[in-house]
Design a protein around this ligand. Structure first.
Ligand code: MRU
Length: 367
């Protein structure tokens, strides 16, 4: 008999109807993204053909979430590079232009390692192809375009597969009617399909376990209120929105069975960078003895960053804090603002890491 989780996954694949967040247009070489700054009010797609549009989309969080940024960066690098190929007369020039473009995209957001990871994959492929070449012909243009496009598509397909595996491993942590708290958005909108932290929840729903999710609103940019609540409800998951400062109250009353969050970078010692506020949730979980699970693909693990202290935390505009979702000014003019986009949860507060490879209680098992 087939495994019930596999049957659930089949059902999930058949019934999941949210549109792709990042894709390459079939008929023309454009990147298409779902503009997440407009959700949940409008589902608007944007075509991206130029470097400025790509970088703007990443910086302004039109496309966001660690794995989705990586997938968009790889596809965007292909699209933007392919458009400039006609001007490249030598291999030397081509190599310089490729590297410079990849570096400018890399600098758009510093914390999520998936961005660099995906660009590195594209770069390795490019360098292997160009090694030993001198002059560049028309057939070379076609060949490198084909190779880069195929690699960008592969990165997306692998991301979908990793999310499915995370769903299969993570669903074992969910029982019938489990009450789960999540922070920020680590769902379908943050990846290529299904999510990391939310993937096991979707699978649990497809398996008939009826999980109940509490979504932290996630100030300042409200990814929980705007995105997590939106996508969970679209799939019919029992969803309750709470303000960030309500987590302690929920946990103290025994209303949360487990916590599932995503991650932007896991350092070699297991410290986890994720959306600002995650560390506070982990401290509370420790105090109230609620298991705290971090879910992400192995591409989010960064062996080159020794500890959380070495992770560069992105600082963002003051207006994100002073204004309510860019619209309504709440704070006095000229007030000083501190607005780090991420914080670091120490490894000792993590109950387990769930990746496409399994459930790991210790970061050492992950290496
Ligand atoms: O600033 P954002 O919206 O890109 O932050 C996203 C998060 O912090 C997510 O939790 C993380 O990227 C994991 S996404 C699967």
């Amino acid at each position: 008999m087939e495994n019930p989780k596999e049957i659930g996954l089949e059902k999930l694949e058949q019934t999941f109807s949210l549109p792709d967040v990042v894709s390459l247009c079939e008929e023309e070489d454009s990147l298409v993204i779902l503009d997440q700054t407009q959700l949940p009010a409008r589902e608007v797609f944007q075509k991206i053909n130029k470097e400025e549009e790509l970088i703007d989309a990443i910086v302004r969080l039109k496309v966001r979430g660690a794995p989705a940024i990586g997938v968009a960066a790889a596809a965007g690098l292909y699209v933007c590079f392919a458009r400039t190929l006609a001007n490249m007369t030598s291999a030397q020039l081509m190599q310089t232009e490729f590297q410079a473009l990849a570096n400018r995209i890399r600098a758009s957001r510093p914390t999520a390692v998936n961005l660099s990871w995906a660009l590195d994959r594209m770069t390795v492929l490019f360098k292997q192809w160009i090694a030993g070449k001198d002059k560049i012909s028309m057939s070379d243009f076609q060949e490198i375009k084909h190779l880069l496009r195929a690699e960008a598509v592969r990165i997306k397909e692998e991301d979908i597969e990793m999310c499915k595996q995370i769903a299969l491993h993570g669903v074992g942590l969910i029982s019938s009617g489990s009450r789960i708290l999540t922070h920020c958005n680590a769902g379908h909108l943050a990846v290529s399909r299904y999510g990391t932290a939310l993937a096991p929840i979707y699978l649990a729903q497809a398996c008939g376990l009826n999980p109940k999710v509490y979504a932290d609103e996630t100030r300042p940019l409200l990814q929980g209120a705007r995105l997590t609540a939106y996508e969970l409800m679209k799939f019919g998951v029992n969803t309750t929105l709470v303000c960030d400062n309500m987590a302690a109250s929920l946990m103290s009353q025994g209303m949360i069975d487990l916590i599932m969050v995503g991650c932007d970078r896991i350092a070699a010692n297991g410290d986890v960078a994720n959306k600002i506020g995650t560390c506070g949730v982990a401290v509370l979980a420790h105090h109230y003895h609620v298991p705290f699970y971090v879910l992400g693909p192995t591409s989010t693990f960064d062996p080159h960053t020794p500890t959380g202290k070495d992770i560069v935390i992105e600082q963002r505009a003051a207006s994100e804090v002073t204004d309510l979702h860019y619209i309504h000014r709440m704070a006095p003019e000229h007030v000083q603002v501190y607005n780090p986009a991420f914080d670091v949860t120490p490894a000792e507060l993590v109950t387990a890491y769930i990746t496409e490879k399994g459930v790991f209680r210790q970061i050492e098992d992950f290496h």
